[in-house]
Design a protein around this ligand. Structure first.
Ligand code: 8OZ
Length: 396
């Protein structure tokens, strides 16, 4: 996204997206339990979710620096949130090249698989379900995070006008190099191996990160993709990588355990497209043919206005026979309205889940929500991660 450079010294607590934080929702306390579709079970492929509340993928930058393995605190954090119908993990790089920020976890090494196994065990013990989000950042990275200090890779050698966070400071993303055609099978293979690792780690499924200006979104959108080969030019060519990755991951994990997150109009990470409706109508038609289990759609500007740019999301809903997960700025009222209207199957909540481990119970009771603390979103330890109280703990 076009990030505003701040005048004060940057810290890991100041990722661009945190500037979009909405004021915490305070709902009127009510002793009644609210019965809406939000709390009804949902069959997602072979698994049954206890309710229609999903926890959106949330970058928290707390992996153990040596090996970028999820820490024991991560098992506690996800376990605390297991009453969500579906947890979607923080974005996790599929390869060392796929990393773009400090201390994000991976899903490419044995040690990472073992770390994630602790997370999935904890969530399952508590009756929850969890998918992992598979991530390749493409050009949203820095040479300091790349193997051998190499340039990050992208569809085209165009630097994104945004920042990333490296070694305790904000830095401009590095000038990327364009991927050679001959390298693309290797990228697809990394997604496949990551999907196999995810299943080995006990995840219920995988979500491909096709959103927010990262690699697959960079290929799809003509602001970032100026290629002249089979992966650039018209819509079919630009969509090719996202679709080839989807097919490969679905082959590995099962289409009924493979979802994808998309953000048709977001300006996040300096990405743009001249005709997002035509592009995403085509992409969703193809995802439907691949029989993916869900599309997870960020409606509007990520973490910002829902009406950022005109787009007909119902067109995507109509084209896709799997589940539709809606995200961005939902509260209880809007979630209920959209589910009752049949415009979505699940609603993903982001920041509210950071500060409310028992978000489902609070929504059901109409109880107030804990406000979130932006300064502990990215990096650090237990503070702002595993120490937000449940309603029961708050009453102690
Ligand atoms: C916030 C900070 C860093 C990365 C995304 C993975 O927006 C992210 C992300 C969010 O999808």
């Amino acid at each position: 996204m076009a990030c505003t450079v701040r005048s004060h010294a940057p810290t890991v607590r100041d990722f661009p997206f945190s500037s979009h934080s909405l004021p915490p929702t305070r709902l009127k306390a009510s002793p009644m339990s609210r019965a809406t579709k939000l709390f009804e079970p949902f069959k997602l492929g072979p698994i049954t979710l206890a309710n229609r509340v999903a926890m959106a993928p949330l970058t928290r930058n707390r992996a153990v620096p040596a090996g970028l393995v999820p820490s024991p605190l991560a098992a506690e954090y996800y376990g605390q949130r297991a009453s969500a119908g579906l947890l979607i993990s923080e974005a996790s790089q599929i390869s060392p090249q796929g990393q773009g920020y400090q201390d994000t976890p991976g899903i490419h090494s044995k040690e990472q698989v073992a770390g994630w196994r602790e997370v999935t065990n904890r969530v399952h013990e508590r009756g929850g379900r969890i998918f992992i989000q598979l991530w390749h950042v493409g050009r949203i990275s820095h040479t300091a995070l790349q193997p051998n200090g190499a340039a990050p890779v992208a569809p085209s050698a165009i630097r994104a006008r945004t920042k990333t966070f490296v070694k305790g400071a904000f830095v401009d993303t590095s000038e990327p190099r364009a991927l050679e055609l001959s390298e693309i099978p290797g990228i697809i293979d990394s997604y496949k191996r990551a999907a196999a690792n995810a299943i080995a780690a006990g995840f219920d499924g995988v979500e491909i990160h096709g959103a927010n200006g990262y690699l697959l979104d960079q290929f799809a959108k003509d602001g970032a993709n100026k290629r002249t080969d089979a992966y650039g030019g018209g819509i079919e060519n630009r969509a090719r990588l996202m679709l080839e990755v989807s097919r490969a991951v679905a082959t590995e994990a099962g289409a009924d355990r493979t979802g994808i997150r998309i953000s048709p109009v977001t300006p996040a990470n300096d990405v743009s497209d001249s005709n997002p409706q035509a592009l995403f109508d085509y992409i969703v038609d193809q995802l439907n043919a691949l029989k993916l289990v869900y599309i997870h759609v960020i409606e509007g500007s990520t973490g910002g206005p829902r009406d950022y740019a005109p787009f007909d999301y119902s067109s995507l809903r109509k084209r896709f026979s799997g589940a539709y997960i809606a995200n961005n700025g939902y509260d209880f009222e809007l979630a209920t309205k959209v589910l009752e209207a049949g415009a979505a199957d699940l609603i993903a909540f982001g920041k509210a889940f950071i500060s409310n481990p028992d978000l489902v119970e609070r929504l059901r009771a109409g109880a107030p929500l804990n406000p979130w603390d932006k300064t502990t979103f990215y990096g650090g330890g237990a503070k702002g991660y595993t120490d937000y109280p449940t309603l029961a703990q708050a009453a102690e």
